[in-house]
Every structure is written in C-alpha cells, then in structure tokens.
Write a protein that binds this ligand. Structure first.
Ligand SMILES: C[S@@+](CC[C@H](N)C(=O)[O-])C[C@H]1O[C@@H](n2cnc3c(N)ncnc32)[C@H](O)[C@@H]1O
Ligand code: SF4
Length: 385
C-alpha cells in the first residue's frame, strides 16, 4: 500500500508516484483527493506539489480491477470493409460535430494520464490513420508523460507515408490487422484490393523502429482458416509478431454465430500441422494474448481467445469512443457521456469524477455464453477495437 493511502481519509484510493526527490508526506499532502459531493460536484482539487504527481487509482471497478490501459477511438470511419466488421456499403458514420476535436481528445487523454493512472494509450477506430490530426494527437499525448506507452491499431493503409512522423511524435508501437497474405483472399475479406499497401505499411513501421510490429488476424471459416500456418510462416519470415483473434459478436451486421466462429482450439489444430507450439514462460498479466513459442522459439505466436477463454478477470482496459463516451467494456451496453459535460464547461476534476463513476458499473465478464447476452448496439468499428 502506498504511504499516502494509509493517511487518506477520503473514500478513493490515492497513490503518489515519485518521479524524483519526494517531500515528506506531511509537507507534500496536507490534504488531497478528488471528491464528488452528493450532488456530483467536485469539492476539492488534487494538489500538484513540486515533482510529485498525484494519481487517483480511481478507475477501479467493483471487482478491484484497475483500468490503466485506455483505448481511444479517433473515428468510426474506415477505408476497408472487413466482412466480420461492417457491411460492404459501410455504416452511417457519426456526424462530424459529434466527433471529439483534436483538443478534446488530447484533454481527455491528459486527464486519464495525469489524474487517473492511465499507463498505456492505444489509438484505434474505425481506421485511426484516416484522422487528419493523428500525428499531432500522438505528439501532444506523449507530452503528458513520456513513459506512457502509446500505440496504434490500424489496417496500415497509408502507414508507409506516416510511420516515421508517428514514431517521431512518440508512437511506440503498432498493431496491424492482416488476415491473409493472398491478394485474392484479402480482397474477399476486406472488399478492397489493398494488400500491397498493408505490406508497405508494415515495412515502414519496422523501419521506423516501432518494434515489435504485431499483426492481428481474424480467421473466418472456409475463407482464410486454412491459411493460418501460411500466415505464421510469412510473419516469422518478416519478423512480425502474429496473434490470432477469435471472432467476436461485434460486427455491425449481427452476423456472428458461435458455430461459424473459428475457435482457439481450431487455430491450434491448424498451426500444429506445421509448427510445435509450447507455452511461453513470460507471465501473461493482463495481456489478452496467450503466447506460444514456435518450434522452441525465439519466434512466438499469440492467440486471443476472447470468446472461448475469456480473460475478463484480468481486464485493465477502458475505452473512449470517437464521440466522447466512456465504455468500461467492449461489450458494455451502457456508456457515460463525457462529451456533453466537456462541452458544457466541466473542469478536469469534474470529468475525472464522471470517468471514475463510469467504471463502477463494469460487469464481471462479457457474458457471451449467457442466455441473456445481448450484442452491444455499437459495432467494434464504432467502439474502437
Ligand atoms: C475494429 S479494428 C479498428 C482498427 C483498424 N481499423 C484495424 O483494423 O486494425 C480493431 C481490431 O478489431 C478486429 N476486429 C474487428 N471486428 C472484429 C470481430 N467481430 N471480432 C474480432 N475482432 C474484430 C480487427 O481485426 C482489428 O484487429
Ligand atoms: S476491422 Fe478495421 S480495417 Fe477492417 S473494416 Fe473494421 S475498422 Fe476497418
């Protein structure tokens, strides 16, 4: 327990991160804490004294999980049309005025990093590379705390042009979605003939030093499931770290079915025809991927079995949608509106308190197997994967 917590009188847990020399507890913390009055107003502001940074461990849910990993969706728009994600004609995109501006995104990221203990920020979408202000958002987000890990989940279209600028702005890593290395299968899945752009984007990310470059792949029965080993051979040959993700009921068309999805067990069966897989020794922690050494290593492959082997008990994630809604889970059916409060003049502390409250309702698990499970109204592309 941090030393200040033993002295706190308020309900929330507070820790002090020590960047440098730390004043004595009594001089550093005469009083502190974000506190919501019964009417919802914030009654006290956390002090920032010298080089001591106060972080409320407030993004804690009822099951004692603490969110430190923020996924920020920068847009719901996309330039591909992956069949497991959205229909060929696309979706009704969010009206432009509803989408947070660059300044609003940066402000909320800052609240997360400076007040709420966020240690990782992943920008996603839709396709985050279509957001014009991306490089600037990355740069300004990094300025809050250079030790916070910044990453991007992307389809890599256009990454060849921007990888170096993103790296220079402070982006640490990218995860690129790539389900096949066959052009005809790529066209079938994404409905666009852009495989060459993705491959160029991957190379640019590696050249820019954003390593390890990870690849996320979704397998679809009868489409690319027979190509799992081929994709792994290719990824290893190009020094990319491949992870397979089980398809989840988050597509806009509501076309997912348990019977049709390719399970982790089936993924192992496909891979083990070509490779020997052994569990990697490094602790998994809150990482969604189970990691395996390929043929004894050092190459690895990950399997994210969100459906058949849920890892909700270790979840450390919280999401912010492009229109400024906090979602405490991918599968949440409720959202908390930060945008309206933000645009009505709420202070950082007030926004932080709202964010804290949003975590309280986080459910123990996604409940996909529960008979009462309902797919969220928003698809993955609008939530931010
Ligand atoms: C929604 S996308 C957004 C970022 C970017 N457009 C991309 O494709 O990487 C994020 C990730 O979600 C994955 N994804 C999309 N729909 C999915 C689904 N129904 N089940 C599992 N993963 C899905 C994609 O493959 C991608 O890796
Ligand atoms: S998975 Fe990513 S790239 Fe594919 S349609 Fe969805 S948002 Fe676009």
């Amino acid at each position: 327990m941090p030393w200040c917590a033993t002295r706190c009188t308020h309900a929330g847990r507070v820790v002090v991160s020590r960047r440098d020399s730390v004043p004595s507890p009594s001089s550093a913390l005469p009083s502190h804490g974000l506190r919501a009055a019964p009417d919802g107003r914030v009654t006290r502001t956390p002090p920032r004294l010298g080089r001591v940074t106060l972080i409320t461990h407030a993004l804690e849910d009822r099951y004692a999980r603490v969110a430190t990993d923020l996924r920020v969706s920068l847009t719901d728009r996309c330039n591909l049309r992956c069949s497991y994600c959205m229909p060929a004609e696309g979706l009704d995109w969010l009206p432009g005025d509803d989408v947070l501006t660059d300044d609003e995104v940066v402000r909320l990221v800052g609240i997360g990093v400076r007040h709420l203990g966020i240690r990782e920020v992943r920008f996603t979408g839709g396709e985050p590379l279509v957001r014009r202000g991306l490089v600037d958002i990355v740069r300004r987000s990094k300025e809050f705390d250079p030790t916070v890990d910044l990453s991007l989940t992307t389809n890599a279209l256009g990454l060849a042009r921007t990888a170096h600028a993103l790296r220079e702005a402070g982006l640490d890593r990218v995860n690129v979605s790539l389900d096949t290395v066959r052009p005809e299968t790529f066209l079938e899945i994404t409905r666009r003939d852009r495989l060459h752009d993705v491959i160029a984007g991957l190379e640019a990310a590696r050249d820019a030093g954003m390593v390890p470059v990870k690849i996320n792949a979704v397998l679809l029965r009868g489409v690319n499931d027979g190509q799992a080993a081929e994709l792994l051979h290719w990824a290893i040959g190009h020094d990319y770290e491949l992870r397979f993700i089980e398809q989840m009921p988050l597509d806009a068309q509501h076309g997912w079915s348990r019977e049709a999805m390719v399970t982790a067990e089936e993924i192992f069966e496909h891979l083990e025809r070509d490779f020997a897989l052994t569990p990697a020794s490094e602790p998994r922690g809150s990482a969604p991927a189970e990691k395996f050494l390929v043929d004894g290593g050092p190459a690895t492959v990950g399997v994210i079995a969100s459906v058949t082997r849920p890892f909700c008990g270790d979840c450390d994630r919280v999401r912010l949608t492009a229109d400024g809604q906090v979602r405490n889970c991918l599968f949440a059916r409720e959202e908390s509106d930060l945008r309206t409060a933000l645009r009505s003049g709420a202070s950082d502390d007030e926004l932080a308190v709202r964010w804290v409250a949003a975590m309280r309702g986080k459910r123990a698990g996604h409940g996909i197997d529960d008979p009462s499970f309902l797919q969220p109204d928003r698809p993955m592309s609008a939530i931010g994967g």
